[in-house]
Design a protein around this ligand. Structure first.
Ligand code: ADP
Ligand code: ZN
Length: 739
């Protein structure tokens, strides 16, 4: 007799263990398959994580597996090991980790094809139907969509999305004999085999060659961890491309992680033009079905390279040889908004260790943590210190905005920046103005009584936008600006703060002939708009691009000679231990956009903290100098990498109850703690009220990650048991920001 070890697909800590079920005689069950089982008299799906000959539990108490979902295992043994590791590291349930690793809707089998729809009658007949039934707008929309696609079958979900019709409309059309609905594969194109267009391959510089040779050694050995520190424009991507090519020659697959797909159109183009169809791109806007399709392609070995965001690290390659994490310092690699709160850089490292693959972390501004680990010998440091074509690094000038005020300049542009803009404009050179705040004015208040217009759902000041509304950037609430102060009734509403919209208006006022593009969340909401703005600027259809940190990433505009940072202080004003690190990274990355073509670029950085080391080191392109100062500060204060940090967040509709529960949790933590964890008293979160919920934080810090996790785990279980049921409690280990 055989027994299956099953993880039940219920997300609850009381169910987060392995249950034994009897495998029926005739069932061909293997580990990694999904099954349906009877769990407390409900039919529930589960993952089979093991099969054994005996069970500790008496057979009379065991039930049989009801049925198989998959005919082949959907999870490998390695993936199961990875899931266990994630459970320990991020304190999540095994089933949460499994669903992350195999992200298909649980009720839908991987083997099940997708619902497809196609026309059953001739084009003429469809056109005739449409002209005589124009009132049935939904039906007409579906048929037009099918016509538009030249009679090829389409995925039903895609048609539904494009037309707004629901399934009943498709069914009705089928009943009328106009369409066919069947199950099949969208990806009808036969797989074209991998070709490497050698023509694109560049002759490497000496630095690039040295870096590549090191990585190749790792690929030969089937292990190795590298930190590639290369200044902006030093040719890191070319090193990746040639490392991947070598990896493919060895018959292996590669994963390339990027912070956000939409921000790296150029990089993806370069990969596609070099490796053609061997590349699959996994971005966050894929539907569940599209995602499952890509997953299947990867699993079946139809692609050799995956370029993806955070979750791409789970790409189910069977023959993984190389994982590259580009812009490894970016916070988007850490999942913060849902469980498991994993870090893709750590998962990548774990996978590489388990699967005999090479890890390459790369950045112009490596995270302090990674650089520290390189110093400790855990990563091999590879450096590209020169820009390609020996282009000089841009010349960075810091402007003290206090001096500007003293000199009577109240404009958002310092005198130096104004002069540079004027000069660039006269020479027809392009420029970028950076500001990490969107909107027009960033807060609105009453001059008489000091009342600030805040969102009624969030305790946060609202932003005034050009169309005349106040908007909350956290929940989307908007309202008109009141003509009198809601508090004192005076006509004394005043506007403060600088957002990207104001920069746009201001520069147009000062230079009426200037052609402006703006790139922020507000101008890129619609699909394709990012690319449109990007291409327009690239084609020199504008003189200036104004944007938020969206424009600080890998974009390469050869025509840009001037970069202006309107204020460098946004990140510095956050009370996070890594505020300096983020400021240094941001200024360096934005400055790196200047002078990538010919000639020396100029960068003007406006700040109220002109003496801050993050700003000074960014000016001097001095990564090591910054690192030395920062690591000394971290060591003195015991912040990461000298400890691990975690935060509990409690939230609820009643501030009083949230506070009381925070105090209760604080006491529980102190009882669980053997003294190896430093626990900070509960405080209201920076975003104290968010979407009508009040929030409190408790921060924990420890040099002993295992003890930290034990305390979190014990106290979490306890507060769930005895705390108020109206309160939500969550934790985040090695969180990115304490908002
Ligand atoms: P990074 O990723 O370090 O910012 P890129 O890889 O984008 O730098 O390289 C910057 C530019 O230099 C790109 O336009 C790239 O095509 C070019 N480039 C890279 N390596 C070489 C090389 N060995 N020879 C000539 N041009 C190169
Ligand atoms: Zn709000």
């Amino acid at each position: 007799m055989r027994f299956a070890e099953v993880i039940i697909d219920i997300n609850s800590s009381s169910v987060d263990k392995i249950y034994d079920y009897i495998v029926p005689e005739d069932m061909e069950l293997q580990p990694g398959m999904r099954v349906v089982v009877d769990f407390n008299r409900r039919l529930i799906e589960g993952f089979v994580v093991g099969i054994k000959e005996t069970s500790e539990i008496h057979i009379s108490k065991l039930k049989s597996v009801v049925k198989l979902i998959d005919s082949k295992p959907v999870l490998t043994g390695k993936q199961l090991v990875l899931a266990h590791w994630m459970k320990e590291r991020y304190l999540c349930h095994l089933v949460e980790a499994l669903k992350c690793i195999m992200p298909v809707g649980s009720s839908k089998s991987m083997e099940t094809a997708r619902m497809m729809i196609t026309l059953r009658v001739s084009e003429d007949e469809v056109v005739r139907f449409i002209s005589s039934n124009s009132r049935n707008t939904r039906q007409v929309a579906v048929l037009s969509e099918l016509l538009k696609n030249k009679l090829h079958p389409l995925a039903a979900s895609q048609v539904i999305k494009a037309t707004g019709a629901d399934y009943s409309v498709l069914k009705r059309l089928k009943e009328m004999g106009l369409v066919d609905i069947f199950y099949g594969d969208v990806d009808k194109n036969p797989y074209t085999s991998y070709r490497c267009s050698l023509s694109g391959k560049l002759k490497l510089t000496a630095e690039q060659r040295m870096a590549l040779d090191e990585i190749k050694k790792g690929l030969d050995a089937g292990s190795g961890k590298y930190l590639l520190h290369g200044v902006t424009g030093s040719g890191k991507t070319e090193v990746f491309l040639q490392a991947i090519e070598y990896n493919i020659e060895k018959g292996k697959d590669a994963i390339v992680l990027v912070p956000e797909i939409s921000l790296t159109p150029q990089t993806i183009e370069r990969f596609k033009s070099r490796f053609n169809d061997a590349v699959a791109v996994l971005h966050s806007r894929l539907s569940e079905g599209e995602r499952a399709d890509q997953w299947k392609k990867i699993r079946d070995g139809k692609v050799k390279i995956v370029i993806g965001v955070r979750s791409g690290v789970f790409a189910p390659f069977k023959n993984l040889g190389l994982v590259i994490v580009d812009e490894e310092h970016e916070n988007t690699y850490k999942q913060s908004d849902m469980r498991p709160k994993y870090d893709a850089r750590e998962v990548a490292e774990k996978r590489c260790e388990m699967e005999g693959a090479v890890l390459v972390l790369a950045s112009a501004t490596p995270s302090v943590l990674s650089y520290y680990r390189a110093q400790q010998g855990q990563f091999k440091l590879l450096e590209l210190k020169k820009r390609i074509n020996s282009n000089n690094m841009p010349c960075v000038q810091i402007v003290d905005m206090r001096q500007e005020l003293m000199a009577g300049n109240r404009s958002i542009f310092s005198r130096a920046l104004y002069q540079e803009i004027k000069r660039a404009l006269a020479k027809r050179e392009q420029m970028i103005l950076f500001l990490n705040r969107r909107g027009y004015y960033t807060f609105v208040s009453c001059r008489m009584c000091g009342f600030v217009m805040k969102c009624p759902h969030c305790n946060i000041s609202m932003t005034y936008h050009v169309e005349g509304k106040l908007r909350c950037h956290y929940c989307g609430y908007s309202e008109d600006v009141p003509s009198v102060c809601p508090s004192c009734g005076q006509k004394s509403i005043r506007y403060f703060g600088i957002g990207t919209e104001r920069v746009e208006k201001e520069i147009k006022r000062l230079f009426p002939e200037i052609r402006v593009l703006r790139m922020d969340v507000d101008t890129t909401r619609r699909k394709g708009s990012f690319e449109r703005i990007y291409n327009a600027f690239k084609n020199r259809e504008a003189d200036v691009l104004i944007g938020t940190q969206m424009i600080s990433k890998g974009l390469d505009f050869p025509g840009v000679s001037l970069v202006g940072v309107i204020t460098a202080d946004t990140a510095l004003n956050f009370p996070d231990y890594n505020a300096s690190e983020r400021t240094f990274q941001l200024i360096t990355q934005v400055a790196g956009r200047a002078g990538r073509g010919d000639g020396v670029g100029r960068v003007i950085v406006q700040t109220y903290y002109p003496d801050h080391y993050a700003i000074l080191c960014a000016r001097d392109h001095d990564y090591e100098g910054f690192y030395r100062k920062e690591i000394a500060f971290r060591e003195k204060t015991g912040y990461p990498p000298f400890s691990e940090l975690a935060v509990f967040t409690l939230s609820g509709l009643d501030d009083e109850i949230v506070m009381e529960n925070s105090k209760l949790l604080y006491d529980i933590i102190n009882v669980c703690n053997d003294g190896s964890v430093e626990v900070f008293a509960p405080v209201p979160a920076l975003l104290h009220k968010l979407k009508d919920r009040y929030r409190w934080n408790i921060v924990l810090k420890s040099r002993h990650g295992d003890k930290l996790r034990r305390v979190i785990s014990l106290s979490y279980d306890r507060i769930k048991e005895i705390g108020s049921k109206d309160i939500l409690v969550s934790y985040d280990i090695n969180y990115v920001t304490l908002a």
